[in-house]
Write a protein that binds this ligand. Structure first.
Ligand code: F6R
Length: 614
């Protein structure tokens, strides 16, 4: 997500250090950047720029034009408000009393904003960060307390995740930090003290860091760092010596971005859910502009996307049709635009895209708009072309994805589509309040279930080592399980270069079964109880032709082991949500096969992260 760097020193100029630190965080993705630097007790100077860090560097002559030895810097990946100079951090209170940068998402920011507006606060940006900074200012002035107390009071009121680095006008040379559910580290060196959202930002200056825990705060002066808990009591902490090199530090200690992003899935899911779940546990889609009236009037849904996003559409088709009884059609964007599509005027076209820039998906969106049909984008990159042009947007909050093979964005898209389907069903009277509440509760259990699956990754690694020389692999499943197979197969072939195909299990015997011979790996996905036995029968057909069988099913289906030679169990959940769980072992399998074959996991040959040509 976004990047934070802060530095305070007795004599070293801060701005060049901050810019160097931000440059080390560029790999995380961003759309704007900014700095605030203070020279002694003078007012801080704030410089912000949209676009590349280079623009900020040019504006400040590489930082040299900003005198002062205390400052904070930020690279922003937009979540609230479009990418723009106005929305870039640092954000300031009107009198420059408090100035700060923030990573994370403040869920109750509208409520806090209204409270502050009642106290005569005005807002110049659309960000949740400006609200947080002004909340700190409000408590600082109202209670006439010190920075730590003002931060603590704000932390009690803020719901969501944050890593905050703040400067107060009355405390020159000092930086204050607060953290909850968003990483933050503090570094110490003879030159001064540092704060950063990630180790690479400060690695060239120090390897001695403190990891901040949830609900901790810190005060940085040029000579020392003091940590506090929420009560304002001092907390003693030990430094950690970073042993990694700069490259592995960027990957947070993981060998590849893909593995890091697999581990980020619980958070991507949670953040996406939290963005539309109200404090009362209801789904609130008001930010998308989809009113209940619109939802009630939709007569058909067409989902358009490419690659993995299309696989999300395939999974969503089962969920939507089952819950809402609205007919759903899923189309490859590259086909849709040339097919002279016939769409009903009261239909809804949903375009799913991580980047929001995929050429075919964008063209499909424009085609739908030309036909006068309402469009909804399910998009990860705020302010991207599809997000700007669609009539309605549901943002997934997966953060920037760096590995070419999508993992966390796919998972966030699945959750977004589940939430949409549940909301549509509720508004249309097909899901009552209790049933909706039960589904939401189950949805909220998914992040920890995904975590549990990731924890068991060594077993998948072992299995992958056995099949690293496989030539062909088949994935079979029915219903939602077929959609999961599509993604499992793509994950395998795109990074491990092993040929694989996903087949609707019942379709195999209509031709493809002739490819099964001794030792060919066939993976059956069997999460849907009512289809379980049917897929098992198809697996038996494969086994009798010499295939080696692996299966993915839910805990309890232990009889699967009578049929398949290797079984992966996923925790039980609502049948509509199994894609979120079953895809994890398949992502891990693709990953470990690629690693075992010594391939470039994050940048597979011939592929680009964002496909902006037809
Ligand atoms: C596969 C993958 C691609 C994308 C596809 C669409 O791992 O990442 O198949 O899903 O290129 O990209 P977006 O979602 O950006 O439109």
């Amino acid at each position: 997500m976004c990047g934070i760097v802060g530095f305070t020193s007795e004599s070293m100029q801060a701005a060049p250090v901050l810019l160097q630190g931000l440059a080390k965080l560029e790999y995380r993705g961003y759309d704007s950047a900014g700095l605030a630097v203070r020279d002694g007790s003078q007012d801080p100077v704030v410089v912000r720029a949209k676009g590349r860090l280079q623009v900020l560097e040019e504006k400040t002559n590489g930082g040299l034009s900003l005198p002062g030895s205390c400052g904070i810097g930020h690279t922003r990946w937009a979540t609230h408000g479009e990418p723009s100079e106005r929305n870039a951090h640092p954000h300031i209170s009107e009198d420059l009393n408090v100035i700060g940068v923030h990573n994370g998402i403040i869920e109750n920011f509208s409520e806090l904003k209204e409270k502050l507006q009642r106290h005569d606060y005005h807002f110049y940006s659309e960000t949740d960060t400006e609200v947080a900074i002004k909340l700190v200012d409000y408590y600082y002035k109202k209670y006439k307390v010190g920075p730590i107390d003002a931060l603590a009071k704000s932390m009690v009121r803020i719901r969501g995740s944050y890593a905050l680095a703040v400067m107060f006008r009355d405390f020159p040379g000092e930086i204050y930090v607060a953290r909850k559910d968003s990483p933050m580290i503090v570094g110490v060196s003879s030159a001064g003290t540092f704060v950063a959202s990630d180790v690479p930002a400060i690695l060239q200056y120090t390897r001695s860091v403190y990891y901040m825990e949830n609900l901790e705060m810190a005060r940085l002066t040029p000579e020392q760092v003091t940590f506090y808990d929420l009560n304002g009591d001092v907390v003693e902490k030990e430094t950690t010596q970073i042993e990694w090199d700069a490259e592995s530090a960027e990957k947070g200690g993981y060998e590849h971005f893909m593995m890091k992003e697999i581990h980020e899935q619980p958070k991507a899911i949670q953040d996406t859910m939290n963005s539309v779940l109200s404090a009362e546990g209801r789904i609130d889609l008001s930010a998308t502009g989809l009113t209940d009236e619109i939802v009630r009037d939709v007569s058909e849904i067409t989902i358009v996307a490419c690659g993995s996003a299309w696989h999300v559409g395939m999974a969503a088709q089962y969920v939507f049709e089952d819950l809402t009884r609205i007919p759903v059609r899923v189309e490859l964007a590259s086909e849709f635009r040339y097919r002279k599509p016939i769409l009903k005027p009261d239909g809804l076209v949903i375009v799913i895209s991580q980047s929001g820039e995929t050429a075919d998906s964008l063209a499909a969106l424009r085609e739908a708009k030309k036909l006068g049909v309402r469009t909804l984008g399910v998009i990860n990159v705020l302010g991207s072309s599809i997000a700007r042009e669609a009539d309605h947007v549901f943002y997934t909050l997966a953060g920037p994805e760096i590995a070419v093979a999508t993992t966390k964005a796919y998972s966030a898209q699945l959750i977004a589509m589940d939430l949409l389907a549940m909301h549509f069903a509720h508004v249309r009277g097909l899901l009552d309040d209790d049933a909706l509440a039960a589904m939401i509760a189950e949805l909220q259990s998914l992040p920890s279930k995904v975590e549990q699956l990731i924890e068991n990754k060594e077993r998948i690694q072992w299995f992958a080592s056995k099949f690293s020389n496989a030539r062909d692999v088949f994935f079979i499943g029915r219903g939602l399980d077929y959609a999961i197979c599509l993604e499992g197969s793509l994950k395998m072939k795109e990074i491990s270069y092993i040929h694989s195909e996903a087949y609707a299990a019942g379709e195999l015997k209509h031709g493809t079964i002739s490819l099964i011979e001794d030792g060919v790996l066939v993976i059956g996905v069997m999460t849907q109880n009512e289809l379980y036995e049917k897929t098992v029968s198809n697996l038996v057909e494969v086994r009798s032709r010499g295939g080696y069988l692996a299966g993915i099913t839910s805990y309890g289906h232990y009889e699967a082991e009578d049929t398949v030679q290797f079984t992966v169990y996923v925790p039980k959940t609502d049948p509509h949500f199994y894609a979120t769980l079953a895809v994890v072992p398949l992502q891990l399998l693709g990953y470990y096969l690629a690693v075992a074959r010594g391939l470039d996991v994050d940048k597979p040959r011939n592929l680009a992260k964002s496909v902006t040509v037809e």
